[in-house]
Ligand binder design. Structure first.
Ligand code: HEC
Length: 388
Protein backbone atom coordinates (compact mmCIF):
# COMPACT_ATOMS: atom_id res chain seq x y z
CA UNK A 1 0.00 0.00 0.00
CA UNK A 2 2.78 2.36 -0.82
CA UNK A 3 0.63 4.48 -3.11
CA UNK A 4 -2.33 4.59 -0.72
CA UNK A 5 -2.18 8.35 -0.66
CA UNK A 6 -2.11 8.62 -4.44
CA UNK A 7 -5.03 10.77 -5.58
CA UNK A 8 -6.94 11.02 -8.81
CA UNK A 9 -8.66 14.04 -10.25
CA UNK A 10 -12.38 13.36 -10.27
CA UNK A 11 -13.81 16.83 -10.92
CA UNK A 12 -12.07 19.70 -12.63
CA UNK A 13 -12.40 23.16 -11.11
CA UNK A 14 -15.12 24.18 -13.58
CA UNK A 15 -17.25 21.17 -12.54
CA UNK A 16 -16.82 22.07 -8.88
CA UNK A 17 -17.78 25.70 -9.42
CA UNK A 18 -20.80 24.53 -11.37
CA UNK A 19 -21.76 22.31 -8.44
CA UNK A 20 -21.46 25.16 -5.94
CA UNK A 21 -23.53 27.48 -8.14
CA UNK A 22 -26.24 24.83 -8.41
CA UNK A 23 -26.01 24.04 -4.70
CA UNK A 24 -26.47 27.68 -3.72
CA UNK A 25 -29.23 28.48 -6.21
CA UNK A 26 -31.05 25.24 -5.40
CA UNK A 27 -30.76 25.97 -1.68
CA UNK A 28 -32.02 29.52 -2.15
CA UNK A 29 -34.93 28.32 -4.28
CA UNK A 30 -35.91 25.72 -1.69
CA UNK A 31 -35.67 27.98 1.33
CA UNK A 32 -37.65 30.77 -0.36
CA UNK A 33 -40.03 28.49 -2.26
CA UNK A 34 -41.23 25.96 0.30
CA UNK A 35 -42.49 28.68 2.71
CA UNK A 36 -44.54 30.11 -0.18
CA UNK A 37 -46.12 26.73 -0.74
CA UNK A 38 -46.91 26.29 2.97
CA UNK A 39 -47.81 29.92 3.52
CA UNK A 40 -50.14 29.17 6.43
CA UNK A 41 -47.50 27.64 8.65
CA UNK A 42 -45.81 29.65 11.37
CA UNK A 43 -42.36 28.47 10.33
CA UNK A 44 -43.06 29.80 6.84
CA UNK A 45 -44.08 33.17 8.24
CA UNK A 46 -40.88 33.18 10.29
CA UNK A 47 -38.69 32.42 7.27
CA UNK A 48 -40.50 34.92 5.05
CA UNK A 49 -40.01 37.62 7.69
CA UNK A 50 -36.37 36.65 7.96
CA UNK A 51 -35.96 37.50 4.28
CA UNK A 52 -37.75 40.80 4.82
CA UNK A 53 -41.27 40.00 3.74
CA UNK A 54 -43.01 38.16 0.94
CA UNK A 55 -41.92 40.52 -1.82
CA UNK A 56 -38.26 40.15 -0.94
CA UNK A 57 -38.69 36.38 -0.60
CA UNK A 58 -40.15 36.20 -4.11
CA UNK A 59 -37.44 38.47 -5.43
CA UNK A 60 -34.72 36.16 -4.05
CA UNK A 61 -36.57 33.16 -5.45
CA UNK A 62 -36.62 34.75 -8.89
CA UNK A 63 -32.97 35.76 -8.77
CA UNK A 64 -31.96 32.24 -7.68
CA UNK A 65 -34.04 30.82 -10.53
CA UNK A 66 -32.22 33.03 -13.02
CA UNK A 67 -28.85 31.97 -11.61
CA UNK A 68 -29.90 28.35 -12.05
CA UNK A 69 -30.93 29.11 -15.64
CA UNK A 70 -27.45 30.48 -16.28
CA UNK A 71 -25.95 27.39 -14.65
CA UNK A 72 -28.05 25.18 -16.90
CA UNK A 73 -27.06 27.19 -19.94
CA UNK A 74 -23.40 26.81 -19.06
CA UNK A 75 -23.86 23.08 -18.53
CA UNK A 76 -25.45 22.68 -21.97
CA UNK A 77 -22.62 24.58 -23.68
CA UNK A 78 -19.94 22.52 -21.91
CA UNK A 79 -21.84 19.36 -22.73
CA UNK A 80 -21.87 20.33 -26.40
CA UNK A 81 -18.14 21.07 -26.28
CA UNK A 82 -17.31 17.68 -24.78
CA UNK A 83 -19.54 15.88 -27.21
CA UNK A 84 -18.67 17.63 -30.47
CA UNK A 85 -15.16 18.96 -29.93
CA UNK A 86 -13.55 16.52 -27.53
CA UNK A 87 -15.70 13.62 -28.78
CA UNK A 88 -15.89 12.25 -25.26
CA UNK A 89 -18.32 9.45 -24.61
CA UNK A 90 -21.43 10.41 -22.69
CA UNK A 91 -20.61 8.87 -19.37
CA UNK A 92 -23.99 9.78 -17.92
CA UNK A 93 -26.02 7.84 -20.47
CA UNK A 94 -27.83 4.99 -18.75
CA UNK A 95 -27.01 1.49 -19.92
CA UNK A 96 -28.18 -2.04 -19.39
CA UNK A 97 -25.21 -2.55 -17.08
CA UNK A 98 -26.72 0.08 -14.75
CA UNK A 99 -29.88 -2.03 -14.35
CA UNK A 100 -27.71 -5.03 -13.55
CA UNK A 101 -25.69 -2.97 -11.07
CA UNK A 102 -28.86 -1.74 -9.39
CA UNK A 103 -30.10 -5.30 -9.04
CA UNK A 104 -26.75 -6.40 -7.65
CA UNK A 105 -26.78 -3.54 -5.14
CA UNK A 106 -30.27 -4.54 -4.06
CA UNK A 107 -29.14 -8.15 -3.48
CA UNK A 108 -26.09 -6.87 -1.59
CA UNK A 109 -28.21 -4.64 0.63
CA UNK A 110 -30.49 -7.56 1.45
CA UNK A 111 -27.50 -9.70 2.32
CA UNK A 112 -28.11 -12.10 -0.56
CA UNK A 113 -24.63 -11.64 -1.95
CA UNK A 114 -21.30 -10.55 -0.54
CA UNK A 115 -20.22 -8.74 -3.69
CA UNK A 116 -21.03 -5.10 -4.27
CA UNK A 117 -21.55 -4.12 -7.89
CA UNK A 118 -18.31 -3.01 -9.57
CA UNK A 119 -18.92 0.33 -11.21
CA UNK A 120 -17.09 2.74 -13.48
CA UNK A 121 -16.87 6.53 -13.69
CA UNK A 122 -20.53 7.12 -12.86
CA UNK A 123 -22.43 4.68 -10.68
CA UNK A 124 -26.07 3.96 -11.40
CA UNK A 125 -27.05 6.03 -8.36
CA UNK A 126 -25.18 8.99 -9.75
CA UNK A 127 -26.87 8.60 -13.12
CA UNK A 128 -30.32 8.41 -11.54
CA UNK A 129 -29.58 11.56 -9.59
CA UNK A 130 -28.21 13.36 -12.60
CA UNK A 131 -31.23 12.58 -14.78
CA UNK A 132 -33.61 13.33 -11.93
CA UNK A 133 -31.98 16.73 -11.70
CA UNK A 134 -32.26 17.25 -15.46
CA UNK A 135 -35.92 16.29 -15.41
CA UNK A 136 -36.58 18.38 -12.31
CA UNK A 137 -34.94 21.43 -13.87
CA UNK A 138 -37.03 21.11 -17.06
CA UNK A 139 -40.25 20.69 -15.07
CA UNK A 140 -39.50 23.50 -12.64
CA UNK A 141 -38.42 25.76 -15.48
CA UNK A 142 -41.56 25.10 -17.51
CA UNK A 143 -44.01 25.41 -14.60
CA UNK A 144 -42.06 28.36 -13.22
CA UNK A 145 -42.40 30.11 -16.56
CA UNK A 146 -46.15 29.50 -16.57
CA UNK A 147 -46.54 31.07 -13.13
CA UNK A 148 -44.19 33.92 -13.93
CA UNK A 149 -45.97 34.65 -17.24
CA UNK A 150 -49.57 33.48 -16.87
CA UNK A 151 -51.01 35.70 -19.60
CA UNK A 152 -48.48 34.68 -22.22
CA UNK A 153 -49.06 31.06 -21.24
CA UNK A 154 -52.82 31.21 -21.50
CA UNK A 155 -52.53 32.63 -25.00
CA UNK A 156 -51.07 29.32 -26.14
CA UNK A 157 -52.32 26.81 -23.60
CA UNK A 158 -55.60 26.35 -21.71
CA UNK A 159 -55.72 28.55 -18.61
CA UNK A 160 -56.41 25.59 -16.33
CA UNK A 161 -52.77 24.66 -16.79
CA UNK A 162 -51.63 27.60 -14.65
CA UNK A 163 -53.03 26.33 -11.33
CA UNK A 164 -51.90 22.87 -12.46
CA UNK A 165 -48.40 24.25 -13.01
CA UNK A 166 -48.50 25.75 -9.54
CA UNK A 167 -49.41 22.39 -8.01
CA UNK A 168 -46.74 20.56 -10.01
CA UNK A 169 -44.10 23.18 -9.14
CA UNK A 170 -44.83 22.79 -5.42
CA UNK A 171 -44.93 19.00 -5.49
CA UNK A 172 -41.74 18.64 -7.52
CA UNK A 173 -40.12 21.07 -5.08
CA UNK A 174 -40.92 18.79 -2.15
CA UNK A 175 -39.67 15.79 -4.12
CA UNK A 176 -36.44 17.53 -5.10
CA UNK A 177 -35.69 18.88 -1.63
CA UNK A 178 -36.35 15.49 -0.04
CA UNK A 179 -34.27 13.71 -2.69
CA UNK A 180 -31.36 16.05 -2.08
CA UNK A 181 -31.58 15.86 1.70
CA UNK A 182 -32.29 12.15 2.03
CA UNK A 183 -30.61 10.59 -0.95
CA UNK A 184 -27.89 12.89 -2.15
CA UNK A 185 -26.65 14.27 1.16
CA UNK A 186 -26.86 10.91 2.85
CA UNK A 187 -25.29 8.70 0.23
CA UNK A 188 -22.64 11.15 -0.89
CA UNK A 189 -21.68 13.06 2.21
CA UNK A 190 -22.87 11.03 5.19
CA UNK A 191 -22.64 7.33 4.38
CA UNK A 192 -19.05 7.88 3.38
CA UNK A 193 -17.66 11.36 3.53
CA UNK A 194 -17.03 11.93 -0.16
CA UNK A 195 -15.51 15.38 -0.53
CA UNK A 196 -14.42 15.00 -4.15
CA UNK A 197 -16.99 17.52 -5.38
CA UNK A 198 -15.25 20.18 -3.30
CA UNK A 199 -11.62 19.03 -3.38
CA UNK A 200 -11.86 17.63 -6.89
CA UNK A 201 -9.83 14.63 -5.84
CA UNK A 202 -10.29 11.04 -4.73
CA UNK A 203 -7.78 8.79 -3.04
CA UNK A 204 -6.90 5.46 -4.56
CA UNK A 205 -8.73 3.75 -1.72
CA UNK A 206 -11.90 5.69 -2.40
CA UNK A 207 -11.61 5.03 -6.13
CA UNK A 208 -11.21 1.33 -5.42
CA UNK A 209 -14.30 1.38 -3.26
CA UNK A 210 -16.57 3.48 -5.45
CA UNK A 211 -15.29 3.44 -9.01
CA UNK A 212 -13.14 0.30 -9.32
CA UNK A 213 -13.71 -0.11 -13.05
CA UNK A 214 -12.66 3.43 -13.79
CA UNK A 215 -9.57 2.95 -11.65
CA UNK A 216 -8.75 -0.21 -13.57
CA UNK A 217 -9.13 1.68 -16.87
CA UNK A 218 -6.86 4.46 -15.66
CA UNK A 219 -4.25 1.92 -14.57
CA UNK A 220 -4.47 0.12 -17.89
CA UNK A 221 -3.97 3.44 -19.68
CA UNK A 222 -7.42 3.26 -21.23
CA UNK A 223 -8.52 6.76 -20.31
CA UNK A 224 -9.67 8.78 -23.23
CA UNK A 225 -6.80 10.54 -24.90
CA UNK A 226 -7.42 14.04 -26.10
CA UNK A 227 -7.45 14.47 -29.84
CA UNK A 228 -4.71 15.95 -31.95
CA UNK A 229 -4.58 19.75 -31.35
CA UNK A 230 -5.05 20.43 -35.07
CA UNK A 231 -8.20 18.37 -35.19
CA UNK A 232 -9.40 20.09 -32.00
CA UNK A 233 -8.87 23.52 -33.56
CA UNK A 234 -10.86 22.52 -36.62
CA UNK A 235 -13.75 21.26 -34.54
CA UNK A 236 -13.66 24.34 -32.35
CA UNK A 237 -14.01 26.55 -35.43
CA UNK A 238 -17.28 24.78 -36.15
CA UNK A 239 -18.51 24.50 -32.59
CA UNK A 240 -17.87 28.03 -31.36
CA UNK A 241 -20.18 29.80 -33.84
CA UNK A 242 -22.89 27.23 -33.15
CA UNK A 243 -22.37 27.72 -29.44
CA UNK A 244 -22.57 31.46 -29.99
CA UNK A 245 -25.95 31.20 -31.70
CA UNK A 246 -27.10 28.78 -29.01
CA UNK A 247 -25.97 31.22 -26.32
CA UNK A 248 -27.87 34.11 -27.89
CA UNK A 249 -30.97 31.92 -28.20
CA UNK A 250 -30.74 30.82 -24.58
CA UNK A 251 -30.03 34.33 -23.32
CA UNK A 252 -33.05 35.71 -25.13
CA UNK A 253 -35.02 32.80 -23.69
CA UNK A 254 -33.98 33.87 -20.20
CA UNK A 255 -34.72 37.49 -21.04
CA UNK A 256 -38.18 36.54 -22.23
CA UNK A 257 -38.69 34.44 -19.13
CA UNK A 258 -38.11 37.44 -16.92
CA UNK A 259 -39.59 40.24 -18.99
CA UNK A 260 -42.52 38.88 -20.97
CA UNK A 261 -45.00 40.29 -18.54
CA UNK A 262 -45.23 41.86 -15.17
CA UNK A 263 -48.32 40.07 -13.96
CA UNK A 264 -46.82 37.78 -11.42
CA UNK A 265 -43.80 39.81 -10.49
CA UNK A 266 -45.56 42.86 -9.16
CA UNK A 267 -47.52 42.80 -5.98
CA UNK A 268 -50.40 45.25 -5.94
CA UNK A 269 -49.62 47.96 -3.38
CA UNK A 270 -51.49 47.68 -0.14
CA UNK A 271 -54.77 49.48 -0.12
CA UNK A 272 -55.51 52.13 2.48
CA UNK A 273 -56.70 50.82 5.79
CA UNK A 274 -60.42 51.55 5.54
CA UNK A 275 -60.70 49.84 2.16
CA UNK A 276 -58.94 46.74 3.36
CA UNK A 277 -61.29 46.19 6.27
CA UNK A 278 -63.20 43.06 5.45
CA UNK A 279 -65.78 43.55 8.17
CA UNK A 280 -67.82 46.69 8.33
CA UNK A 281 -70.33 46.47 11.16
CA UNK A 282 -73.80 47.53 10.09
CA UNK A 283 -74.66 51.00 11.19
CA UNK A 284 -78.22 52.25 11.32
CA UNK A 285 -79.19 53.98 8.10
CA UNK A 286 -78.89 57.66 8.77
CA UNK A 287 -82.22 59.36 8.74
CA UNK A 288 -82.80 61.67 5.84
CA UNK A 289 -81.33 65.01 6.61
CA UNK A 290 -83.67 67.87 6.23
CA UNK A 291 -83.18 70.73 3.88
CA UNK A 292 -82.48 73.80 5.96
CA UNK A 293 -86.05 75.07 5.84
CA UNK A 294 -87.50 77.16 8.56
CA UNK A 295 -88.60 74.80 11.30
CA UNK A 296 -91.77 75.98 13.01
CA UNK A 297 -90.82 77.23 16.40
CA UNK A 298 -92.29 74.41 18.43
CA UNK A 299 -91.83 76.01 21.81
CA UNK A 300 -93.72 79.07 20.81
CA UNK A 301 -97.44 78.48 20.90
CA UNK A 302 -98.89 78.34 17.41
CA UNK A 303 -100.94 81.32 16.48
CA UNK A 304 -103.83 79.09 15.51
CA UNK A 305 -104.13 75.35 16.08
CA UNK A 306 -105.27 74.41 12.56
CA UNK A 307 -103.92 72.24 9.74
CA UNK A 308 -103.04 75.20 7.62
CA UNK A 309 -101.42 77.24 10.37
CA UNK A 310 -99.53 74.58 12.27
CA UNK A 311 -99.97 70.85 11.58
CA UNK A 312 -99.55 70.97 7.79
CA UNK A 313 -96.22 72.90 7.85
CA UNK A 314 -95.00 70.74 10.77
CA UNK A 315 -95.66 67.49 8.88
CA UNK A 316 -94.11 68.98 5.79
CA UNK A 317 -90.74 69.28 7.52
CA UNK A 318 -90.95 66.21 9.73
CA UNK A 319 -92.95 63.58 7.88
CA UNK A 320 -93.15 64.21 4.13
CA UNK A 321 -89.84 62.68 3.12
CA UNK A 322 -91.45 59.35 3.97
CA UNK A 323 -95.17 60.10 3.87
CA UNK A 324 -95.26 62.19 0.73
CA UNK A 325 -95.47 60.93 -2.79
CA UNK A 326 -93.77 57.60 -2.08
CA UNK A 327 -97.09 55.78 -1.74
CA UNK A 328 -98.64 54.42 1.44
CA UNK A 329 -99.77 56.91 4.01
CA UNK A 330 -99.66 60.47 2.72
CA UNK A 331 -99.51 63.38 5.14
CA UNK A 332 -99.09 65.86 2.31
CA UNK A 333 -102.49 67.47 2.57
CA UNK A 334 -105.39 67.77 4.99
CA UNK A 335 -107.50 65.46 2.81
CA UNK A 336 -104.79 62.82 2.55
CA UNK A 337 -104.16 62.89 6.29
CA UNK A 338 -107.86 62.49 7.08
CA UNK A 339 -108.12 59.67 4.52
CA UNK A 340 -105.51 57.66 6.44
CA UNK A 341 -103.25 54.84 5.31
CA UNK A 342 -102.98 51.07 5.40
CA UNK A 343 -104.62 50.80 8.82
CA UNK A 344 -107.50 52.98 7.76
CA UNK A 345 -108.22 56.36 9.36
CA UNK A 346 -105.44 57.67 11.52
CA UNK A 347 -107.23 60.65 12.89
CA UNK A 348 -110.29 60.16 15.02
CA UNK A 349 -111.36 63.77 15.42
CA UNK A 350 -111.87 64.72 19.08
CA UNK A 351 -110.31 61.50 20.32
CA UNK A 352 -106.51 61.62 20.25
CA UNK A 353 -106.17 58.46 22.38
CA UNK A 354 -107.68 56.48 19.54
CA UNK A 355 -105.90 58.25 16.71
CA UNK A 356 -103.01 56.27 15.21
CA UNK A 357 -101.43 59.57 14.20
CA UNK A 358 -100.87 60.24 17.89
CA UNK A 359 -100.44 56.72 19.29
CA UNK A 360 -97.76 55.84 16.79
CA UNK A 361 -95.74 58.79 18.10
CA UNK A 362 -96.22 58.02 21.80
CA UNK A 363 -93.43 55.44 22.29
CA UNK A 364 -90.97 58.03 20.97
CA UNK A 365 -89.29 55.74 18.48
CA UNK A 366 -91.01 56.40 15.16
CA UNK A 367 -88.73 56.85 12.20
CA UNK A 368 -89.87 60.44 12.00
CA UNK A 369 -90.40 61.52 15.57
CA UNK A 370 -92.05 64.69 16.81
CA UNK A 371 -90.73 66.40 19.90
CA UNK A 372 -92.83 66.24 23.03
CA UNK A 373 -94.14 69.79 22.60
CA UNK A 374 -94.95 69.28 18.95
CA UNK A 375 -96.76 66.07 19.76
CA UNK A 376 -98.76 67.84 22.47
CA UNK A 377 -99.86 70.52 20.02
CA UNK A 378 -100.86 67.90 17.41
CA UNK A 379 -102.70 66.01 20.15
CA UNK A 380 -104.54 69.17 21.15
CA UNK A 381 -105.36 69.75 17.49
CA UNK A 382 -106.92 66.25 17.21
CA UNK A 383 -108.85 66.71 20.44
CA UNK A 384 -110.08 70.05 19.13
CA UNK A 385 -111.67 68.18 16.20
CA UNK A 386 -108.73 68.47 13.77
CA UNK A 387 -109.76 71.75 12.18
CA UNK A 388 -108.48 72.53 8.76
C1 HEC B 1 -87.95 57.99 7.88
C2 HEC B 1 -89.29 57.72 7.35
C3 HEC B 1 -90.50 58.16 8.15
C4 HEC B 1 -90.75 59.41 8.64
C5 HEC B 1 -89.88 60.68 8.55
C6 HEC B 1 -92.07 59.30 9.22
N1 HEC B 1 -92.55 58.04 9.12
FE1 HEC B 1 -94.38 57.40 9.66
N2 HEC B 1 -93.98 55.57 8.95
C7 HEC B 1 -92.84 55.19 8.35
C8 HEC B 1 -92.91 53.79 8.00
C9 HEC B 1 -91.80 52.95 7.34
C10 HEC B 1 -94.20 53.34 8.39
C11 HEC B 1 -94.79 51.97 8.19
C12 HEC B 1 -94.24 50.99 9.22
C13 HEC B 1 -94.75 51.33 10.59
O1 HEC B 1 -95.93 51.31 10.78
O2 HEC B 1 -93.91 51.54 11.48
C14 HEC B 1 -94.84 54.48 8.95
C15 HEC B 1 -96.10 54.46 9.43
C16 HEC B 1 -96.76 55.56 9.94
C17 HEC B 1 -98.14 55.55 10.37
C18 HEC B 1 -99.09 54.40 10.31
C19 HEC B 1 -99.63 54.24 8.90
C20 HEC B 1 -100.52 53.04 8.73
O3 HEC B 1 -101.41 53.15 7.93
O4 HEC B 1 -100.22 52.01 9.38
C21 HEC B 1 -98.39 56.81 10.85
C22 HEC B 1 -99.72 57.31 11.41
C23 HEC B 1 -97.20 57.58 10.69
N3 HEC B 1 -96.23 56.81 10.15
C24 HEC B 1 -97.08 58.92 11.08
C25 HEC B 1 -95.97 59.67 10.89
C26 HEC B 1 -95.84 61.04 11.23
C27 HEC B 1 -96.97 61.92 11.88
C28 HEC B 1 -94.62 61.45 10.86
C29 HEC B 1 -94.02 62.85 11.03
C30 HEC B 1 -93.93 63.35 12.35
C31 HEC B 1 -93.94 60.32 10.31
N4 HEC B 1 -94.78 59.23 10.33
C32 HEC B 1 -92.67 60.38 9.82
C33 HEC B 1 -91.72 55.97 8.10
C34 HEC B 1 -91.62 57.33 8.44
Amino acid sequence: MSNKQKTYVRFELARRIEHIVMLLSFGALGITGIPQRYADSQISAFIVNLFGGIEMTREIHHVAAVIMMFGTMYHILIFGYKLFVKRQSMGMLPSFQDAKDAFQALKYNFGLTKERPQMGRYTFEEKVEYWAFVWGTILMGATGFMMWNPIATSKILPGELIPAAKAAHGLEAILAVLAIIIWHMYSVHVKMFNKSMFTGKMTEEEMLHEHPLELADIKAGLTERSADPKVLKKRQRIYFPIAGVLTIAMLSGIYGFINTEETAVTIVPERPEQLVSSYDPQTPTPQPTLAPTATPDAAAAPSELTWDAYVGPLFQTKCLMCHGELGGLSLASYEDTMAGGQSGEIVSAGDSANSLLITIQLPGDHLGQLSEEELNFVKEWVDAGAPQ
